[in-house]
Design a protein around this ligand. Structure first.
Ligand SMILES: [Zn+2]
Length: 98
């Protein structure tokens, strides 16, 4: 996959690689939630998203922490949507490891 450039809230840019979704083949970026579960994100920010990314350690996989935010929280940061929400094949793998 073509690496995408990921701009964090502080303006730093990180290259990140996507992996194809096992359901629909769309590129997704993997991050971790606060309880260390993997979560696939659509790589393109969406103002309606409910996740922001904290870059914990950009040099290591798992260094992206997905943080759930409410509307109005952390204004100005790009927001992302879980691919579980947008995947047309989500029903086929929901509840299983992706
Ligand atoms: Zn998908």
């Amino acid at each position: 996959m073509v690496p995408l450039e990921w701009e964090t809230w502080d303006g730093r840019k990180h290259e990140l690689s996507t992996r194809p979704c096992r359901g629909c083949g769309a590129p997704v970026v993997w991050a971790q939630t606060a309880n260390r579960k993997g979560i696939p994100l659509d790589p393109v920010p969406d103002p309606a998203g409910n996740l922001v990314i904290d870059t914990v350690n950009p040099d290591r996989s798992g260094g992206r922490l997905a943080v759930y935010v409410r509307p109005g929280e952390r204004p100005g940061e790009p927001r992302y949507v879980s691919h579980f929400v947008t995947c047309p094949e989500a029903a086929s793998f929901r509840g299983r490891a992706v």
